[in-house]
Design a protein around this ligand. Structure first.
Ligand code: BCO
Length: 320
């Protein structure tokens, strides 16, 4: 066969293989993207069927900039999420609400994660939504969309397969108090306070904090805290079961170190097992019993005969 023909044949073959490879990559990309979108939809509460217009509210929120939400993921499987708008006591600007959603997506896709600490910059937690933004979106349509946007994000945060802690230094007010309830645990520093100030703003919680608070402290205590917009200091929070522990230090760096040490007692061990623990508890917390039992069975199937299980069977530890 003449050289030119061989060359043409090889060239065509190469082109075809390249096209096939590109198609396979594209298909793979589409599959992964679809899977992520479906996962986000499954974990979210609201979609178009509820009159929720995500793109509309995101565009609106993007108009109100300021501050940031920073995420640092560590090799030990612990992540630190920082609410960073200290000039306004870490109040949520519009762009911070959108960034929180992005960071939650990042955490959903972090397969090695085990624990999460949420804290505020400048030694205070968060004073809720930025009142300048609240004023600008005080009409009903924007308010409902913002409410559904934040409920979707905080519900996804609550359902992350990570054991989460809100480290409350300084003040957690309004939406900031609501955010703490989307975490599995709250730790408070001396002198800090959680306060659902909504009543004084002519509001009720809208980021899901009311419903979650009832589940954490019971309906009577929740009614007292919301009805009086009561200051909840570390001691009262402990006795209500709203806080797990009062840390020794109120100094920013030391408090974060204490929170890490506290959380590490639950995140020690293989990621697959820790994540399974959180998933079992999340199912038990949210689902009716039969559905929770079936979910537990499915999660059990992911660890049974898995590497950590097989290694433990070889070691046969005594649980003294
Ligand atoms: C569904 C969500 C509902 C909501 O979250 S509504 C918002 C609820 N939050 C609030 O109403 C908090 C209002 N702020 C306060 O009560 C006090 O600022 C707070 C947090 C006790 C702190 O008091 P101080 O330590 O004395 O500090 P300060 O008042 O001088 O504040 C420093 C600067 O931060 C500002 N700031 C605090 N919280 C804010 C907010 N949420 N939105 C907008 N700006 C806010 C405050 O205006 C002040 O700014 P500037 O120095 O006067 O320019």
């Amino acid at each position: 066969m003449p050289f030119e023909e061989i060359f043409t044949e090889l060239h065509e073959q190469f082109q075809q293989e390249r096209q096939e490879m590109a198609l396979a990559l594209w298909k793979n990309f589409l599959q992964i993207t679809m899977k992520r979108i479906l996962q986000q939809r499954r974990l979210s509460l609201y979609n178009g069927a509820h009159g929720y217009e995500e793109e509309v509210i995101k565009k609106k929120l993007q108009q109100f900039s300021g501050g940031s939400i920073n995420l640092s993921k560590e090799d030990n499987g612990m992540a630190i999420l920082t609410l960073n708008n200290p000039k306004l006591m870490n109040a949520f600007s519009g762009t911070m609400m959108v960034e929180l959603q992005e960071r939650v997506t990042e955490l959903e896709n972090w397969k090695d994660g085990k624990g999460l600490i949420i804290h505020g910059a400048g030694n205070t937690f968060c004073s809720g939504s930025d009142l300048n933004v609240v004023k600008e979106i005080s009409n009903s349509q924007d308010g409902m969309n913002m409410c559904m946007f934040m409920q979707n994000t905080l519900t996804r945060l609550m359902r992350l397969p990570l054991i989460s802690v809100a480290l409350v230094q300084g003040k957690a007010f309004g939406g900031g108090a609501e955010l703490t309830t989307a975490c599995d645990f709250r730790l408070m520093t001396p002198g800090s306070e959680i306060r659902f100030v909504h009543k004084h703003m002519g509001l009720v919680p809208g980021w899901g904090g009311g419903a979650r608070l009832v589940r954490i402290v019971g309906s009577g205590a929740a009614l007292q805290l919301l009805g009086a917009a009561a200051r909840v200091e570390p001691e009262r929070a402990r006795s209500l079961g709203l806080s797990e522990a009062t840390l020794l230090s109120s100094e920013e760096t030391r408090a974060l170190a204490e929170a890490r040490a506290w959380l590490s007692q639950y995140t020690e061990g293989p990621a697959a097992v820790i994540r399974a623990v959180k998933k079992v508890v999340a199912a038990g917390r949210e689902l009716p019993l039969e559905a929770a039992l079936r979910t537990e069975k499915d999660i059990f199937g992911t660890v049974w005969g898995g590497p950590a299980n097989l290694q433990a069977l070889v070691r046969r530890p005594k649980h003294k």
